[in-house]
Write a protein that binds this ligand. Structure first.
Ligand SMILES: Nc1nc2c(ncn2[C@@H]2O[C@H](COP(=O)(O)OP(=O)(O)O)[C@@H](O)[C@H]2O)c(=O)[nH]1
Ligand SMILES: *[C@@H]1O[C@H](CO)[C@@H](O)[C@H](O)[C@H]1NC(C)=O
Ligand SMILES: *[C@@H]1O[C@H](CO)[C@@H](O)[C@H](O)[C@H]1NC(C)=O
Ligand SMILES: [Mg+2]
Length: 399
């Protein structure tokens, strides 16, 4: 038994040593709650927050991902490194897991009596009696996921700080130095934001930061195994079908806007590549089948050595497995989906497909598109360019 005790002793030494190695950053930290939207939105916000932390030269505290489960009143917080590796991010800028920060640095650096929440201006509480006109507040923990998020690390705030008119557009202005002047790190070691210090969708300039987001080993391996064991040998096309009931409703906003959610990824940030139209958000089943067949035929012509053998479908609602299988049966192509819903594994597999067709409006698609861009893999969008325009363009070419 002695060797076991020795082993445990050595392991604890090692743990103590790595713990002691976490040094305090004299330039301070940034914390925030990814309180808006689900994964796609949070990922956009993450890239912007990472760039913001770099511009302010503060360490970014990596927040857990906020998830919502059916029938649960409170959000769940999933550690950042469940899905992504921490180390590659360090190549870009200093980061620390929120749990590490809280257990190892917070007591000294951010004691409970000094925790201030940052918001642009007063945020009213949903509970009227909490709104004291004489003492405006960020109400950083008011509602879901705000309360559950900070509760995960037993964080309470003793005061609020309104940072307006400062903003996060460090790329197009000299705002970073204003942040540093107003909030020097010796007086403000931690800037804790009620929401992400970033825009949605992610700024054009920061999309390439995606390359520092590497899937954790678990997701990399699960994706590889699915591709190797379930899909037939050969190339496969990945599809994202965003068609749940929340999406049907979201698509109704198309008619009163220039851009919606992630639409700049196909239309351009200044609508250089066109205006919004409804099919971009909700392509018809017929259009989906037509475009998929056309894409596969194209690949067969242009890359005859790497023939498409299967299609992998990710969806939040209707995978259209029946429709797609029968449409492709004569081409000897099989259609697959995961046996159980897993939004993260879906993403990891879509990132690896030989070709990808996604939804231009969806930030979930945007994650896949950015990851693929970082590897030089091709991506397309449903109903883009618009079918009519494409036919006209083709007619022109033929003339
Ligand atoms: N498993 C799975 N879930 C999806 C898929 N598409 C959307 N979802 C779920 O729906 C959520 C959509 O929200 P979000 O990620 O913000 O993307 P957006 O609303 O499409 O911009 C995702 O986070 C997933 O939980 C999919 O293809 N597969
Ligand atoms: C940024 O912060 C790091 C770590 O605190 C420090 O070593 C470095 O000198 C800072 N850079 C600038 C330009 O201030
Ligand atoms: C990301 O944004 C920051 C600030 O907005 C900017 O300084 C940086 O150049 C951008 N791009 C990359 C690739 O970091
Ligand atoms: Mg969303």
């Amino acid at each position: 038994m002695q060797w076991l005790q020795l082993f445990i002793y050595l392991i604890s030494l090692l743990i103590l040593k790595t713990a002691a190695q976490i040094e305090r950053d004299e330039n301070g930290y940034i914390a925030y709650c990814p309180c808006m939207g689900r994964f796609g939105n949070q990922a956009d916000h993450f890239l912007g927050s990472l760039a913001f932390a770099k511009a302010l030269n503060r360490t970014l505290i990596l927040p857990p991902w906020v998830e919502y489960r059916k029938g649960e009143m409170r959000s769940r917080q999933v550690p950042f490194d469940t899905y992504f590796e921490v180390e590659p991010l360090q190549d870009y800028h200093r980061v620390i897991l929120m749990s590490d920060f809280m257990t190892q640095l917070a007591a000294e650096l951010w004691p409970t009596a000094e925790r201030v929440s940052f918001c642009y201006m007063e945020r009213k509480s949903l509970q009227q009696e909490k709104n004291d006109p004489a003492a405006p507040n960020c109400h950083a923990k008011d509602g879901n996921p705000f309360g559950p998020f900070w509760d995960t690390y037993s964080i309470d705030f003793v005061a609020s700080e309104f940072y307006g008119p400062l903003h996060f557009d460090v790329h197009h202005s000299a705002i970073a130095s204003k942040w540093q002047n107003n909030y020097p790190a010796d007086k403000w070691p931690v800037l804790a934001f009620t929401g992400a210090p970033a825009s949605f969708p992610v700024q054009h300039e920061n999309r390439s930061l995606q390359k520092y987001l590497k899937w954790s080993r678990k997701y990399r391996e699960s994706a590889r195994e699915f591709i190797r064991n379930v899909l037939p040998r050969g190339a496969f096309v990945g599809l994202h079908l965003r068609n749940g009931i929340d999406w049907v409703r979201a698509c109704e906003h198309i008619k009163d806007s220039q851009q919606l959610f992630a639409s700049p990824q196909c239309l351009g940030y200044k609508n250089e590549r066109g205006e919004l139209y409804h099919e971009l958000c909700m392509p018809t089943k017929e259009a989906i089948v037509r475009q998929l067949k056309r894409t596969i035929k194209n690949v067969r012509q242009t890359q005859p050595t790497n023939e498409v053998k299967s299609v992998f479908v990710a969806s939040d609602a209707n995978h259209m497995i029946g429709e797609l299988s029968s449409a492709l049966s004569r081409m000897d192509i099989s259609v697959h989906k995961l046996p159980e819903d897993d939004p993260y594994l879906d993403l990891a597999i879509l990132g690896q497909s030989n070709h990808f067709i996604g939804n231009c409006i969806s930030s979930y698609t945007a994650f896949v598109k950015r990851e693929r861009d970082s590897h030089g893999f091709p991506s397309y969008f449903w109903s883009f360019p618009r079918e009519k325009e494409r036919q006209q363009a083709k007619a022109h070419e033929e003339l």
